[in-house]
Write a protein that binds this ligand. Structure first.
Ligand code: TXA
Ligand code: MG
Length: 566
């Protein structure tokens, strides 16, 4: 295994970057492997005229050697030496090179068959990225380069992806900016006066039609369909299982209203992740939702897709990712193609009511309200009706016990002064540190840090708990959280119940429970959200002035209305 040298590059124009590029070019000429940025994705390069370098590329990627490589050149006039060019080739090159277009032509003998996976054609591309161009030019040889990911991972669009995948497997990594386009080049096969798109990318179907006329451009069915069985694809790479996150990806097909309602009805499920547009990101759980960019911005969707797919594997618990089907226009076709492949072309038709109702749902009820409103009694009533409830006040104590990561994070933020001699949390000390701060800006900062840390650990606990309830066969569970909105957990709830009570009732309850004066109880109420806030932000309000029969009736009514399943 080589010792990988990682070199930062930006424009390639400074003297030290020039020196690095020379060394990288020498490495290529000597038969070594160099990862370099391109405008599409990062490439894993070796000398395309050297059969042994090709073998090393396949080994480093863990890729089957019948999947041919693209050779990258530094100038159009290099092409003639490596393939049999045509007038159509030069027309396309003039229009789209340098850029994200790969052309397949009959190869010349100097290209080893190990580079082309035994085919008598070769794929050629002239990238526009200045680092890529300088590296190829300085090497003086075409560079064979597949995407610089381990086989089975999505193509890398950042240096972090590359370093994670290929450290110790290549000689050098030229670590530059995130890839501008983010999806691999358009691959076309030249066939007489026609071109066939084998893989859509940054040079779009529309671009090719504008140049050649619609009648001369075809899209291979492998781009939009799941092809199985005996079919022998024109592009060997398209037959391999494409990267998919560990969770199953399911594409949602339906009207706008059907999709929105489906997404919302599944947002409480801790097993479910969402890949949606930026516009709707705020309406779904931040902890399990990623967005590809705005609905009408396919270029951004292309740029973000592979990073999103990689990120889903870092989200705990999720087993299914429900994804929007992006528009197929322009580069959208490439986004659609990569996403559909990640989904194994699995599409859920939302007008098929049987299919939709066969998908289990899990309702998460949020229960919130101010001090003394009597949330506890509502929680007990829900429990009595078979809906398990988690009290986050209790969780906030659990996560701060000795040895818990939340306590360590608090000590890191606020210093060991917040710990008692036995290592446990000095709650009064911490409160004094945060709330006793006289500078209002600093106080706000400290409070924000305290909430950021505690909310994070409380929510993680709650999500684990919900996943347990779901695994145990429950179809609904309730999170009782005074800070439901402040913590952002409202976005993970299917339905939110706000509990209110008359002010006098609340004051009396707080005074009895906490043994404090009327004045202090009034202050506490004044510092919290008022009834209007809860009315505006909750799905329903339950007034709890102490009549338990009325409470029971209110909960029964909610169950009868079917607002959440049990
Ligand atoms: O954007 C890109 O094209 C990136 C950067 C690094 O340039 N490279 C890239 O290479 O995506 P790779 O190896 O991951 O994908 C090459 C695709 C494969 O699907 C392969 O089957 C197809 O091109 N291909 C290569 N040579 C071919 C040939 N002679 N006939 C048909 N398909 C070919
Ligand atoms: Mg690839």
């Amino acid at each position: 295994m080589p010792n990988t040298e990682i070199i930062s590059v930006t424009t390639g124009t400074t003297e030290s970057e020039q020196q690095s590029l020379h060394r990288a070019a020498n490495c290529i000429r000597a038969g070594g492997l160099v990862v370099f940025p391109t405008e599409t994705v990062y490439g894993l390069g070796g000398n395309a005229l050297d059969a042994e370098a090709a073998r090393k590329i396949y080994a480093a990627k863990g890729r089957p050697s019948d999947n041919p490589l693209i050779i990258h050149i530094a100038d159009v006039d290099w092409a003639e030496a490596y393939c049999h060019t045509t007038a159509l080739f030069y027309r396309l090159a003039t229009a789209f090179w340098p850029g994200p277009l790969t052309m397949i032509l009959p190869k010349r003998d100097c290209i080893p068959s190990s580079v082309t996976g035994g085919l008598d054609t070769v794929a050629v591309r002239l990238p526009s990225d200045p680092i890529a161009n300088a590296l190829i030019r300085l090497s003086g040889v075409p560079i064979a380069a597949p995407s610089a990911n381990l086989s089975g991972h999505p193509s890398p669009t950042t240096k972090e992806h590359v370093i994670g995948d290929l450290s110790e497997r290549v000689d050098m990594i030229l670590a530059g900016e995130p890839s501008e386009i983010g999806l691999e080049s358009t691959v076309i096969k030249l066939d007489g006066d026609d071109v066939i798109i084998l893989r859509p990318g940054g040079i779009t179907y529309e671009d090719l039609c504008a140049l050649l006329g619609e009648e001369h451009v075809r899209i291979d069915r492998i781009v939009t369909e799941k092809v199985t069985g005996e079919f022998k694809p024109l592009s060997p790479g398209m037959k391999y299982r494409h990267y998919a996150p560990n969770a199953a990806v399911v594409l949602l097909h339906g009207t706008e209203a059907q999709i929105t309602s489906f997404l919302q009805s599944h947002r409480g499920d801790p097993d479910v992740g969402f890949l949606v547009y930026e516009e709707e990101y705020e309406t779904l759980p931040a902890s399990r939702t990623l967005h590809m960019g705005r609905r009408d911005d396919p270029a951004m969707q292309a740029h973000r897709l592979f990073s999103c797919l990689r990120q889903f594997d870092e989200i705990p618990r999720i087993k299914t990712v429900f994804a929007r089907i992006p528009s197929r226009e322009g580069i959208g076709l490439a986004v659609y193609n990569r996403l559909a492949k990640a989904a194994g072309f699995t599409v859920l038709d939302l007008s098929d009511t049987d299919a939709v109702s066969a998908i289990p749902t899990f309702s998460v009820l949020g229960l919130t309200g101010g001090s003394g409103a009597g949330k506890g009694a509502v929680a007990a009533t829900l429990t009595a009706h078979g809906i398990p409830t988690l009290d986050t006040d209790r969780v906030s104590r659990l996560v701060c016990e000795v040895g818990q990561p939340c306590l360590r994070a608090l000590a890191e933020q606020f210093g060991d002064g917040i710990l008692c001699p036995d290592g446990s949390l000095d709650r009064a000390g911490l409160a004094a540190l945060v709330f006793g701060e006289s500078d209002p800006d600093k106080k706000a900062e400290k409070l924000a840090a305290l909430n950021r840390i505690t909310h994070h650990y409380i929510l993680e606990y709650a999500r684990d708990w919900l996943a347990e309830q779901r695994a145990a066969g429950c179809t609904a569970a309730c999170i009782d959280a005074p800070q439901l909105f402040e913590s952002g957990f409202d976005r993970e709830c299917s339905y939110i119940i706000g509990v209110t009570a008359d002010k006098e009732t609340r004051i009396a309850r707080i005074m009895t429970r906490d043994g404090i004066t009327r004045e202090k109880a009034e202050q506490r109420i004044a510092s919290q959200h008022d009834d209007a806030f809860f009315a505006a932000h909750c799905n329903t309000i339950i007034e709890n002035n102490g009549d338990l029969d009325a409470l029971d009736a209110a909960v029964r009514q909610l169950l009868a209305d079917g607002v959440f399943r049990r």
